[in-house]
Design a protein around this ligand. Sequence first.
Ligand code: GLA
Length: 385
Amino acid sequence: MTDVADRATAGFRQEFGEPPAGHWAAPGRVNLIGEHTDYNDGFVLPFALPLRTVAAADRQEGARWTVWSELSGETISFGADEVDEPGRVTGWGAYVAGVVWALRDAGHDVPGARFAIASDVPLGAGLSSSAALEAAVLTALVDLGGLDLPADRQPRLAQRAENHYVGAPTGIMDQSASIRCRDGHALFLDCRTEGVEHIPFDLRAAGLAMLVIDSHAPHRHADGEYAARRKSCEAGAELLGVPALRDVTIDQLDAALARLDDPETRRRVRHVVTEDQRVLDTVALLRAGRVREIGPLLTASHVSMRDDFEITVPEIDTAVEAALAAGALGARMTGGGFGGCVLALVEAAAADSVAAAVTAAYAERGFTAPGTVTVLPAPGATRLD
Ligand code: GLA
């Protein structure tokens, strides 16, 4: 049995001795462009991957949640006491407990439930396996309990689970992507208003392919560095007297930079302001059906992450350089940084040769071989049955 929903069902039957009431699936994501802009109230443009996490679930009596996970092979169980005290449930269970906590904290009457979780979203690859888990559990609980929580309000809640229960200071992009993306589209999200526009992103019709290259680079200090970047951005906004860096437009950038003494803060601010503009430019091109022309924006985003935001690592830069040298129209790291994946926009016919060129460059540098796969934008979280 290889299908992820079948694996969740099998786990549920084995653990709980009966079939589940239903299945809820939520995808991982890649971000086409707009990195580290979400917590600056800016713009992002992710799309959902065809890789999903599935929660097979049903209700159980009382305020108790029991969860089996394929990945660890263990079952954990917690009650309201553990949920109501962030930090009591740790490890992967914290994402589940965090969702229950965030729902209860928002005043919802959360039903007790049993879950079996299976997933095709790889862990640690920067493809938002944690948001996929949160979204699968959240949508299951909303349906099982008949909770009044429409999809557009769910990402903020899942983000609170991650920020307050798990303790990771992430923005709202990953949860929004997992919950709100649409098949064949990228999600243009304004992270301040949470307004979205579904932008058609038909790679096939344009004769293009999107290569996802898993750098297999170990995440070095990613959590601490992420928090440090966030702090620098907040400090920059404060020095500039704006609520968030989103409030500095590209036309105001030079004047804003001239007011900042610290060169590091200047670089961080420049990344965020130019990156927001690159998202807007990418959206304009995609709206006009000019998909091929977004390549240089992707590459410029990478250069900005490498030189101004300083969140890339040698494996990542090697993948981008090798992909571009082999003819990719554009390439960039996607996600939080310090490892994870690179996206390369390529002519469909060139996908294999670009992947081979990256693999060869890795071998030459003595890096662990990368993973390479082409992807198309897939649907967001949904109930399967
Ligand atoms: C991680 C976070 C997101 C976002 C990205 C960077 O994926 O979870 O909120 O900040 O990094 O764009």
